[in-house]
Design a protein around this ligand. Sequence first.
Ligand code: SF4
Length: 213
Amino acid sequence: MKDANHKKIGSILCQKLVDAFEKRAIHGYYAETKEDALKLALGLIPEGSSVGYGGSMTLDEIGLKAALDNEKYNLIRRELAKDAEEMREKYIQIYASDVYITSANAVSEDGIIVNIDGNGNRVSAICYGPRKVVFIIGVNKIAKDLDAALLRARNVAAPINCARLSKNTPCQKTGSCMNCMSPDTICSQFLVTRCNRIPDRMHVIVVNEDLGY
Ligand code: SF4
């Protein structure tokens, strides 16, 4: 449980980030708690939408996938794919979806979003495809600048995710990036989102709670 001072500093950091996004033509929203984040996210996803998602603990932690998994939405459940060919079909469906929900591996204080990916399905859907992208990012993912965000993605997020997904990579054992070329690497593609050019496409909910890795 964070003390009040820690929460206050987190709140200032998150609100500054929300302002920074507006300069990048990305809509930013502040959420004090994960319950607030869930309400804000649902407000950005009209009923009847087809919704795709990338691998993310944050989405589960705020309960967003569970809240969308009903007849009011068309949630594209990629984990139901039985083989690689069906998975590819799901990814293509997600590419054509109305809304894509995701977190990020890190974000700089001035609003540059960093994501790394093994297959590239997540970073490609962030770049283009779904008509709207909704990010949910916990305060723990905020890094001082772009270099620190890239460092965080490779030395905090990736090793924990490799361990969580039982990937055979050196970082799983060492806890930090060894710049591997393992077939199991989740660091094939790096996406640095500097700004948005398609009006109203990108939305980021910044949450003053630790979420995901
Ligand atoms: S490049 Fe390899 S060692 Fe480095 S974080 Fe990615 S998977 Fe781990």
